[in-house]
Design a protein around this ligand. Sequence first.
Ligand SMILES: *[C@@H]1O[C@H](CO)[C@@H](O)[C@H](O)[C@H]1NC(C)=O
Ligand SMILES: *[C@@H]1O[C@H](CO)[C@@H](O)[C@H](O)[C@H]1NC(C)=O
Length: 423
Amino acid sequence: MRTVLLLAVLGCAVSALVQVPLQKVEPIRNRMIREGTWAEYRKKKDIRTLMISKDASVPQQVNDYEDEAYIGNITIGTPEQQFTVILDTGSANLWIPDITCGTKPGNCNQGACKGALCQFECPDQACCGAGPNYTDSCLQQNKFDASKSSTYVKNGRNFIIEYGTGSAKGFLGQDTVRFGGIGQAQLVVPNTVFGQATSLAAFFEGQPLDGILGLAFQTIAVDQVTPPFINAINQNLVDQPLFTVFLEHEGDANNVPGGVYTYGGIDTTNCGPLIAYQPLSSATYYQFKMSAVKAGSYSSNKGWQVISDTGTSLLGAPQAVATAIGSALGGTWNADYGVYIIPCAAQIGSIDLTIGSNVYSIQPKNSIVPLGDGSSNCILTIFPFNNFGFGPSWILGDPFIRQYCNIYDVGNQQVGFAPSLQK
Ligand SMILES: *[C@@H]1O[C@H](CO)[C@@H](O)[C@H](O)[C@H]1NC(C)=O
Ligand SMILES: *[C@@H]1O[C@H](CO)[C@@H](O)[C@H](O)[C@H]1NC(C)=O
């Protein structure tokens, strides 16, 4: 409605409000649980995470994306090449696979380089890709071919991004990036710098997913690249310097509509009236202060730095808090899976978060998600998040954002919350 009105009033307006749909897919975690490979994968990952966390020279991402359920389309280049990405407010770089991704090194035939454990055990990470038998990186991904784009500009710098599950590395390029798929409403952002990955660790294996589009601030971007949405703001391409995220409930159905990102304005279709804005305490992530939490018989008003993060599928809390809430709500810790298990039909109370002068209640519909193993067990979406002593201590991920639309107000450095209008 708003878009139509704006266009009618402004005629050939340059700035815009653009709504882009998301799709819900099965998280890789659910598939691996079903296939029985998740527990071992997690163990190896923990070891790798610990190794990386000791190396201060390598900035590590908070998100690993293996339990992500929401994806959207973008295009790059002229003519447009389309990619499916996670739209992630918990990171700040855009990268997609390059046409050369999957050029296999010659030494991938040893046993350690085959199968799901490749990225932990194989000496050459470039062996660990998405293809059959994991010996051909990026096989199932769409790849960007710069030679086919008339608007492409070479950059020359390299990039590497480390995840707990592996790395993405390659070089930087510059081109027109569009939020939204071919034929959809699009926010068109010329001269955007992005990563062209020449090797990908196996965590994208089997996922209908090509890359990541980070929506956080430039200060946390690898190589200090200007993130695409910030670039859109800098070029005055959006109506207002903010975007709204609406996420639908996670259910058993996959490959169904999953929500909407509204670039340049507030989503008045899917979100109710604004409750409040909370100022950012740090414009790196979307980080702010949360003063209290209550769940069942547990409550604490210790106060924490938290981030709003679309790229995390659960609620991350400090170990002691996660443990207390997990047991207060009747969850059972499953060490193999690294999640609290709870019957899908459990009647539990809300998780109440105090931010500013308001209490935001996450209802069971959003705090309990399918485990994916076909049983009547579900995941209670709180997990112990280890920030290794610095940065935010909570991650308010998708369960919070499904309950409340989040308005990421880049221009005024604040995050707004509005009730999600879904049933
Ligand atoms: C992304 O594009 C693919 C291929 O055109 C399409 O099938 C899918 O529905 C699109 N996803 C979204 C969320 O628009
Ligand atoms: C992958 O491994 C299986 C079993 O070893 C084999 O049958 C199949 O041909 C391999 N696929 C490729 C593409 O090499």
